[in-house]
Ligand binder design. Structure first.
Ligand SMILES: [Fe+2]
Ligand SMILES: [Fe+2]
Length: 134
């Protein structure tokens, strides 16, 4: 079952950023799937690692756009990325070392869903709109 479906209002108006964000949503759906199938302890640490790596790639991409466009909100946007990476790494270790059942898995799922919804529709959209105007 699909947990988060890509919606048109998630589009930031930049094809590459949209493609990257669809990939993140795919990972969130995989986490949800693993919780429904009962194999979350095996799958979640793996997805968190994959997510951390892909986020590194995607954030570098946005960072280049921000720098070359002299984006005035670069510092603030970048700080959200840095904080997110450290939260994902924390969750990875917490999940990996703790036999906490599915509760922590649902916590991870909610955190990622909320973070991406907010970051994509707020912070990233603002950046893409700025780039589209300049
Ligand atoms: Fe982004
Ligand atoms: Fe971003």
């Amino acid at each position: 079952m699909i947990y988060v479906e890509w919606r048109d209002n998630m589009s930031v108006g930049n094809t590459e950023m949209d493609e990257h964000n669809k990939k993140f949503i795919g990972m969130i759906n995989k986490i949800h799937d693993s919780l429904s199938r009962g194999n979350a302890p095996l799958v979640i640490p793996e997805i968190l690692l994959e997510l951390r790596n892909y986020a590194g790639y995607h954030f570098d991409f946005e960072e280049t756009l921000m720098k070359s466009g002299n984006y005035p909100e670069y510092q603030r946007h970048n700080q959200e990325h840095i904080t997110f990476i450290s939260e994902v790494v924390d969750m990875y270790y917490k999940y990996y070392f703790c036999p906490c059942g599915d509760d922590l898995g649902y916590e991870v799922l909610n955190f990622l869903n909320e973070w991406f919804t907010k970051h994509i529709t707020g912070t990233d959209k603002k950046l893409a709109q700025f780039l589209g105007r300049n």
